[in-house]
Write a protein that binds this ligand. Structure first.
Ligand SMILES: Nc1ncnc2c1ncn2[C@@H]1O[C@H](COP(=O)(O)OP(=O)(O)O)[C@@H](O)[C@H]1O
Ligand SMILES: [Mg+2]
Length: 365
């Protein structure tokens, strides 16, 4: 083994960004990560988002030193950490299954890593207290882990990782075990916590809402590759491919070809204006909230005529599924309760949208 003792202190630049270059990884001859390049800015809340099995955890584990890449390199701040073991990296990991020592109090669980670092008692107690307060567990240090709720246990796990003062916190589906309400509350809390401590978070999730609501930027992954990197609004409004468009939010896709006047034509359905079209065909992508709903044929503008198939009332909004002759799938429109009021199955409607709301993305056929 190489001697890495010289680099053994954790005093990495707390502002460290991450630079991932050409990371590949196979398990038993199957490629799980393919040539991943990624830059994460210092202090960024960055998410790896993608369906189960796409390689998110493997990438996170490679970042944390729990898994070795077949090729490529990783820098954190100004250090190449590719060959450093986990405990010598300026990273710390929070898992979904936040196993705690059941016979130790909450405070002792949080202090565990500091004891191993042989920190003095006073300093240790101070840090633990500060951490418990940071995650809103003041006064619960003497409790036994079994006396905590799921959300509280998740906070202990965060405190336990943050007390080690990592430059980068790695979180693997760490809210997934919580029920929906608690998870949504913890998402906001986690985001606030990240702002407060100011360190880089790399958060793995398969839940697009979770990634969208917390992240500065997101890398959407699929099949061991990064499909697109962007801010949540960019990914939502300007998906680069069908895969990304379909993974983030719901979307309507209509195959189109270019036609006269820079417009787009869907055979048998008419021609449409689209600001993002540049003389090429592909898929016209329309988010459900782009649509207006008209009960009479509009005089001008983009429109499609169809019949209501289903009205779904969700309280804050309603979803309308509209069958359009010539389209395989019904179009989905999201609107206010008022707009959908009185509409029922088989009613004739026109869906309208503006040229700036449609987005042309490459066809994958
Ligand atoms: N230690 C391992 N040995 C063999 N196969 C693995 C191992 N870890 C992960 N895999 C496989 O690699 C693929 C990606 O896994 P993972 O990174 O856990 O995906 P995700 O976190 O996106 O769900 C999966 O097909 C998984 O079965
Ligand atoms: Mg995983």
């Amino acid at each position: 083994m190489t001697d890495t003792r010289k680099e053994s202190h954790m005093a990495a630049d707390p502002d460290s960004g991450i630079s991932i270059r050409g990371i590949s990884k196979s398990f038993d001859g199957t490629r799980v990560l393919r040539d991943i390049d990624l830059e994460v800015g210092r202090g960024e809340f960055f998410s790896l988002l993608g369906p189960s099995g796409c390689g998110k955890s493997t990438l996170l584990n490679i970042l944390g030193g729990l898994e070795t890449p077949d090729s490529g390199s990783i820098r954190i701040g100004d250090r190449d950490v590719t060959h450093l073991p986990a405990e010598k990296r300026p990273t710390n990991m929070v898992f979904q299954s936040y196993a705690m020592f059941p016979h130790l109090s909450v405070a002792k669980n949080v202090a565990y890593g500091l004891r191993r670092k042989r920190l003095g008692r006073r300093e240790r107690d101070e840090k633990v207290e500060r951490m418990l307060s940071l995650v809103h567990l003041d006064g619960l240090g003497d409790r036994n882990p079994s006396e905590l709720s799921g959300g509280q246990r998740q906070r202990v796990a965060l405190a336990r990782a943050l007390v080690m003062e990592p430059a980068v916190l790695l979180l693997d589906e760490s809210l997934a075990a919580l029920d929906r309400r608690l998870r949504e509350a913890m998402q906001i809390e986690l985001r606030e916590l990240q702002r407060e401590v100011g360190i880089t978070f790399v958060f793995v999730t398969h839940d697009q809402d979770e990634a969208m609501s917390m992240s500065d930027r997101i890398a959407v992954m699929g099949g061991g590759r990064i499909l697109q990197i962007g801010r949540p609004t960019e990914l939502y409004h300007a998906p680069a491919s069908r895969e990304v468009a379909e993974f983030i939010g719901s979307i309507n896709l209509i195959e189109v070809t270019p036609c006269a006047g820079g417009r787009l034509e869907a055979p048998g359905l008419g021609a449409f204006d689209c600001d993002s079209a540049a003389g090429e065909g592909g898929l016209l992508a329309l988010r459900p909230e782009c649509f207006g709903i008209a009960r009479e044929a509009p005089a001008a503008g983009n429109r499609l005529e169809g019949r209501v198939r289903e009205v779904t009332f969700l309280g804050d909004r309603s979803y309308l599924r509209v069958n359009v002759e010539g389209l395989e799938d019904p179009l989905i429109a999201s609107c206010s309760f008022r707009e959908a009021e009185g509409l029922s199955r088989d009613d004739r409607v026109w869906l309208t949208w503006s040229a700036e709301d449609g987005r042309l993305i490459p066809s994958d056929r």
